[in-house]
Design a protein around this ligand. Structure first.
Ligand code: GLU
Length: 282
């Protein structure tokens, strides 16, 4: 995709102050769309952790960094009907099922002697499949919904995606065996949210017409799940640009709790937006 047609986004969750890592992600996204469109999306599906004051601070910090974006900003908390429609489509394909397992149930099932060894994949512990045979007609209001990975993969032909970032090869084929063993039956609708990160991000990247997803390299393997969901939902497939993660002086990845690296804190210490770009090597 030539830069003039590129549409990128920055998709923060308002669960804490923006720090240098977020600034880097936002600036990379806007640079990649320098001749195209840079969009903002607020990922606030986890209402127990999101706060409006963090959202307000995000807008303020990003403007201060010199970024501009079209209004209105997409907010995931207003998009539940779109996520529900996607789940209905997946249910019609027969690739999701209801699940009532708690984390403790999953750990117990995985420690039973006859079970497979516990595998920690990009989405956490690979689900042992306890509820896999349950039909959607028997879904209870408190159930989560999981993707039946094997059934989902068998619905699609060979899949791959294009990576445009500097950290990986350009072409990434999905290996179905790796997906089954290392990702497994991921949750697509959490009982407390009616959706999940993976489902929302795929539905919304398509709704916003994103042509290149730019984000931190910690989400590289999540892209495999997203590409599969795009195929099942017949959505266009963007290319992906995964960038390096910004680390603190001891080499640890920055987290929201590292207030010392919060943009608001650096502003209070009278850093300029240009100083931040220089600190980030941009
Ligand atoms: N909302 C996610 C985060 O704050 C980013 C998701 C994405 O870029 O796909 O980490």
């Amino acid at each position: 995709m030539p830069p003039e047609g590129r549409i990128t986004r920055f998709a923060p969750s308002p669960t804490g102050p923006l720090h240098l890592g977020h600034a880097y992600a936002a600036l990379v996204a806007s640079q990649r769309a320098v001749a195209g469109r840079f969009l903002l999306r607020i990922e606030d599906i986890d209402q127990s952790r999101c706060r409006t004051e963090f959202e307000a601070q995000i807008y303020e910090d990003l403007r201060w960094l010199g970024l501009r974006w079209p209004e209105p900003v997409m907010r995931q908390s207003t998009r539940l009907p779109a996520y529900r429609a996607a789940l209905e489509k997946l249910a019609a394909l027969g690739v999701i099922y209801p699940c009532s397992c708690t984390r403790a149930d999953i750990r117990a099932a995985l420690s039973a002697p006859q079970e497979m060894a516990a595998v920690h994949g990009p989405d956490g512990l690979v689900y042992p499949g306890t509820c896999r045979a349950r039909p959607m007609e028997q879904a209870l209001p408190d159930d989560a919904l999981r993707l039946n990975m094997r059934a989902a993969l068998s619905h699609c032909g060979p899949l791959s995606f294009i990576e445009t970032g500097p950290l990986h090869d350009a072409l990434h084929p999905l290996d179905p065996d790796w997906m089954i063993e290392n990702v497994g039956d991921v949750v697509l609708s959490r009982r407390d949210m009616g959706t999940s990160y993976h489902l929302s991000v795929v539905v919304d990247d398509a709704a916003q017409g994103i042509t290149e997803v730019t984000r931190g390299d910690d989400l590289f393997e999540a892209s495999f799940i997203h590409v599969l969901l795009q195929a099942l939902l017949e959505l266009p497939r963007p290319s992906y640009y995964h960038h390096k993660l910004i680390r603190d002086d001891s080499g640890k990845r920055l987290a929201k709790r590292d207030n010392a690296r919060a943009i608001a804190q650096l502003r209070a210490e009278e850093a300029s937006a240009q100083d931040i770009r220089l600190m980030l090597g941009l």
